[in-house]
Design a protein around this ligand. Structure first.
Ligand code: NOJ
Ligand code: CA
Length: 677
């Protein structure tokens, strides 16, 4: 440019101005409209929903270390449109058939000097997705991304309410949710859910996060949320080469809270199954040698209270077989747990067991009873140590008939230990590009051996279960374990916020079902701050294809009638429908068992007692059902009387209504058993 004469510069600007353009793409139902423009010398977009502006003009662009900024001053140089309306089948999930119905607009943007890139938008009735695609081109080969300029500028942010957890903070995703005005949020993880003054609910997240860094949101001026990608230890955000594409930036949009829960946007933006036949991926319920360690009855390490012994595992396998559970998780079986295991990332062996645990013996014992051992690998964040042993570790499990492994990456955020090519130690974030790749490595290596992975201390879910159906579940929020030792334990509203935030991303291994609230005494600080029936409702509310019955066997035997619901509830669904709810207050889900007629309802409330009437119009018309209702008793209260519950049966049809009465931090769980005519 510096070589151009001033008069020529003006001429060029004039000609580009003349070409300035605005393009639009709307949802199939026409309610949601995305506009893209190259005016004002920048690439920007805005979004309208039912004639209301819900995202104000917001910049788009990427910044590269070597080649500069791509976005500002670029001109629309081409476009392509498309339309999709088709169903696809989930091997397991909240529903069997998923409808992908969207309009697409791919906009090519060019700058004569810098090059070109494409912005691809997909607009669904329930939200939008867009991503950056950068093709191979002269001068652009190896690329270091040093900034992403994407913003989401929200109108009237002082009147909008947001539910959010901090990002780039030591406890990863494991925070109590904040509820604040949107103009008061801090740097935040996604899904980032908020409600506009008009009642419209939105949630910003991303889909198909592969070979890119996680997007967190950094507030700028009031209402301006800027993409803030989690960096590598050297400060670069993404290291890549052309051609490349970012993950999809997503915004779910609904007129009400429950609509967010019925959206398939994230899955629809992921690639189809890449693993072929996945009949070896098995949803189901499990128990485990787990809670005993969290409430300090057992230890992970060796010693007199070692949990993972051959005899204890066999006892759990007997309990699993007697009660219809498919798996037994065993933590603490392998060498490395002794001392402070948080810092044992260097010493974990994933192939050698403690002398009191015989892997071939327990797996053979279980298989004889149709119960599988569920494997466990805690890395304490040393992913290089794990990578070095990964093939042998999964081979060993495969040889012993183990088809599911729970992994763990306990380390403070930013403290993942990576040994680089030169043998130097680097400290990485759990959600940077490096770890995005390491988590996926574990999933794809396991898939080769027909093993499914349940990741704890994971990267957030972005719908990759569609592409890799053996990524069966993950943690990525405060789970039940916080009720054992968290300061504070999960507040009553926690599970009334999770469905609208964390769960929009995908399944969570929350590990419900604690029946004994008194392990520290009822007045102890740490215990589930729920009634017993709210624990039952969690199986329906918090979707996961694998669900743990997390408590000790002896506590289930004290409440065999309530335990029946955990035995009956499936973990794989034909269909799911959120039927009522408000973020942070309550939620009601109805789900139909996969390939069966029975329906299940789970309802739960925050610290407030609540009465909600639901229509049973989800049931098959003309069919008779026995509603087996597990509800709070009249004196139930999470604080003073968590065990007061009532189990009652009623015959109902789809024409009936039911009133659900929930105690403070209570819940209702119902099985609608289809009756033979
Ligand atoms: C944290 C996991 O979330 C928990 O379930 C597990 O027991 C411990 N790490 C030990 O691996
Ligand atoms: Ca509340």
């Amino acid at each position: 440019m510096s070589l151009l004469k001033p008069s020529l510069v003006i001429a060029l600007l004039l000609s580009t101005n003349a070409l300035a353009e605005q393009l639009q793409v709307s949802s199939p139902d026409g309610k949601l409209v995305v506009s893209i423009s190259d005016e004002h010398d920048r690439t920007e977009y805005w979004v309208d929903y039912q004639q209301q502006r819900i995202i104000l003009p917001s910049p788009l662009g990427l910044e590269f270390k070597q080649q500069g900024q791509f976005g500002d001053g670029f001109k629309i140089s081409g476009k392509q449109t498309g339309q999709v309306s088709e169903s696809w089948t989930q091997p397991w999930g909240e529903r069997k058939q998923v409808l992908d119905n969207h309009n697409e607009l791919a906009v090519e943007l060019t700058d004569a000097e810098r090059g070109k890139f494409t912005l691809r938008f997909r607009v669904f009735n329930d939200g939008i997705g867009f991503r950056y695609e950068v093709p191979k081109q002269a001068g652009l080969d190896q690329v270091d991304v040093i900034d992403e300029d994407t913003e989401f500028v929200i109108p009237d942010s002082d009147k909008a309410t947001a539910w959010w957890i901090p990002s780039r903070a030591f406890n990863r995703y494991e925070y109590v949710y904040n509820t604040t005005a949107l103009d008061k949020v801090g740097r935040s993880h996604t899904p980032f859910t908020f409600k506009l003054d008009s009642g419209i609910h939105m949630s910003i997240h991303e889909a198909a996060l592969v070979d890119w860094a996680a997007m967190t949101l950094e507030p700028q001026r009031a209402g301006e949320l800027k993409a803030d990608l989690t960096p590598w230890s050297d400060g670069i955000l993404v290291k890549t080469q052309t051609p490349f594409k970012s993950s999809w930036r997503t915004v779910q949009v609904s007129p009400d809270a429950k609509g967010l829960l019925n959206s398939d946007l994230i899955l629809n933006l992921n690639e189809p199954n890449k693993l072929g036949d996945v009949s070896w991926v098995e949803p189901g319920k499990y128990v485990g040698i787990w809670w005993g360690m969290h409430i300090k009855e057992n230890t992970w390490g060796s010693g007199p209270n070692h949990g993972a012994t051959t005899s204890e595992t066999k006892r759990y396998m007997d309990f699993a077989a007697d009660n219809g559970f498919a798996g037994v998780l065993v933590e603490g079986w392998n060498i490395g747990w002794d001392g402070d295991w948080f810092n044992n990332g260097d010493v974990f062996s994933f192939t050698e067991s403690y002398p009191d645990f015989d892997l071939p013996e327990v797996t053979a014992y279980g298989l004889n009873k149709n119960v599988r051992l569920i494997g466990h690998h805690e890395t304490s964040g040393n992913v290089t140590n794990y990578k070095n042993q990964m093939a042998d570790a999964y081979d060993l499990y495969q040889k012993n008939g183990v088809t599911m492994v729970k992994t763990g990456y306990v380390a403070d955020a930013g403290d993942i230990k990576r040994i680089d090519e030169n043998g130097l130690v680097r400290h990485e974030w759990h959600d940077g590009q490096f770890m995005v790749g390491e988590y996926l490595r574990s999933v794809t290596e396991a898939a080769k051996r027909h093993i499914s992975i349940n990741t704890h201390e994971p990267i957030k879910d972005t719908g990759l279960r569609r592409t890799y159906p053996n990524w069966i579940s993950r943690e990525g929020a405060r789970g039940q374990e916080f009720n054992a030792w968290g300061t504070p334990p999960n507040p009553p509203e926690h599970t009334a916020i999770l469905p609208y935030t964390r769960m929009l991303a995908g399944p969570m291994d929350f590990t419900p079902g604690i029946f004994d609230m008194s392990f520290n005494g009822l007045d102890g600080e740490n215990r589930p701050r729920t009634t017993l029936t709210k624990q039952l409702a969690l199986y329906v509310v918090l979707y996961s294809p694998i669900q743990m019955a997390a408590d000790l066997p002896r506590n289930y035997l004290k409440h065999p009638d309530a335990f029946q619901f955990i035995k009956d509830v499936p973990t794989d669904w034909e269909n799911s429908r959120a039927i009522a709810g408000e973020v942070g207050d309550y939620v009601v889900f109805a789900r139909q068992q996969r390939d069966a007629d029975d329906w299940f309802v789970g309802a739960l409330t925050d610290e407030n007692a609540r009465s909600v009437e639901i229509a049973l119009d989800f049931l098959s018309p003309g069919k008779n059902y026995q509603a087996q209702i597990y509800r709070d008793g009249k004196d139930a209260d999470w604080l003073t009387n968590p065990y007061d519950y009532v189990i009652e049966n009623k015959n109902v049809t789809s024409a009936d209504k039911l009133r659900l009465k929930m105690a403070k931090s209570g819940g209702t769980a119902i099985r609608f058993k289809a009756l033979q005519p």
